[in-house]
Design a protein around this ligand. Structure first.
Ligand code: NAD
Length: 350
């Protein structure tokens, strides 16, 4: 076994059907008395339902995608003006992003109640967007102190959002498997995460109210977030970040690019490929991921989610501008070929 460094991140996880009933006790445990609750407008009703016996100082229900700085500042000002002593975020990665924006400048503790599979609740990664550009960073302050996973809160997550959000989580696991700073513990978690998500998502598509499948998907999302928070990202996430700059939606882009990024790295990362194949029960990792996505009814072509063919070359140029660790050298021509395949939604060659 080669030498490695493992950094475990300190969060407390409360997991289970009905686990949300522990929210008041978890707030008490942090010694907090003035909670600021955060959600999107769509989850406002859920916030009202779970906040029953809590001391809620205010609710910020304007969370949107990509954490625009102006709106994040509004949430920060609200937290300060009500003298909040903790943030409770209820929702997906977008909502959690607002809690992280507040924590980044104030150090307020976050209690996260994730209702999608983004995995953001387990990471120390924050993101803020301004003028169309997204800035990201890592800071221990933004890691939620407590995460409550309650599968019952995810029963209403539409199958299509479940599928793309879940594939986004699978992408975290995949990149952790071949990260230059990976290690056997993270690989074990990543393989288990892929297995849990792949089997759960195929069930959720036909039975969205299947609590067992919902539980397994949240468990997989937890593992996915935990893996990416302690390893570096590589080609797949870099490409998706570049494509995000062209206005493409986050989770769909991650899903579409994944099989192609895996094909790019296939021969340079044999151990990762073996783990992916085992986790999804396929004979070829990139082809197997493609087939899984097709089964889930996910959009398969960048062309379908707003990418212009004329922008592919520019995207490839941006993606190779700054070097970064990746199992296979990141070079313009093969990256452009990858993007062209993803644009057309081709099944990666075996
Ligand atoms: P999202 O938070 O935007 O949610 C997607 C949609 O699902 C929204 O319309 C939301 O209102 C709805 N929704 C959420 N929970 C629901 C439920 N239980 N029932 C019904 N509808 C529900 O999407 P996401 O994929 O969770 O997050 C994407 C964002 O998270 C991106 O901005 C991405 O950059 C960020 N992200 C950050 C990290 C990190 O570590 N910082 C990791 C992954 C993703």
């Amino acid at each position: 076994m080669r030498s490695f460094v493992y950094n475990g991140l300190p969060s407390r996880v409360v997991f289970g059907i009905g686990a949300i009933k522990n929210l008041p006790a978890e707030v008490d445990r942090l010694g907090a008395r003035r909670a600021l609750m955060i959600s999107t407008p769509g989850r406002a009703q859920m916030v009202r339902e779970v906040s029953g016996s809590l001391n809620v100082a205010a609710v910020f229900d304007k969370a949107v995608m990509h954490t625009p700085l102006e709106l994040a500042n509004e949430a920060r000002d609200l937290a300060q003006s009500i003298k909040a002593d903790c943030c409770i975020v209820i929702g997906g990665g977008s909502t959690i992003g607002f809690g992280k924006a507040i924590a980044l400048t104030s150090g307020l503790p976050i209690i996260a109640v994730p209702t999608t599979y983004s995995g953001s609740e387990m990471t120390n990664i924050w993101g803020l967007s301004e003028g169309g550009a997204k800035k990201t960073g890592r800071d221990p302050k933004v890691l939620p102190k407590t995460v409550i996973y309650d599968p019952e809160l995810t029963l209403g997550l539409p199958p299509s959002v479940s599928a793309t959000s879940g594939m986004n989580a699978i992408a975290h696991c995949v990149e952790a498997l071949y990260a230059h700073d990976g290690n056997p513990i993270v690989s074990m978690m990543a393989e288990e995460g892929i297995r849990a998500l792949a089997s759960a998502l195929t069930k959720i598509i036909s039975s969205p109210k299947d609590l067992e499948a919902r539980s397994n998907a949240l468990y997989g999302a937890w593992l996915a977030g935990a893996t990416i928070s302690t390893t570096s990202i590589a080609l797949h996430h870099k490409l998706c970040h570049v494509l995000g700059g062209f206005g493409l939606p986050h989770a769909e882009t991650h899903s579409i690019v994944l099989p192609h990024a895996v094909r790019y790295n296939r021969d340079a990362a044999p151990e990762a490929m073996a783990r992916i194949k085992r986790a999804i029960d396929a004979s070829d990792a990139p082809g197997g991921l493609h087939d899984l996505e097709q089964k889930l009814g996910i959009p398969m072509r960048l062309a379908d989610i707003g990418m212009k063919e004329s922008d592919l070359e520019r995207a490839a140029r941006i993606a190779v501008e700054a070097p970064y660790p990746n199992p296979r050298k990141v070079e313009y021509e093969p990256v452009l070929a990858l993007l062209r395949d993803a644009y057309r939604g081709l099944r990666p060659l075996a």
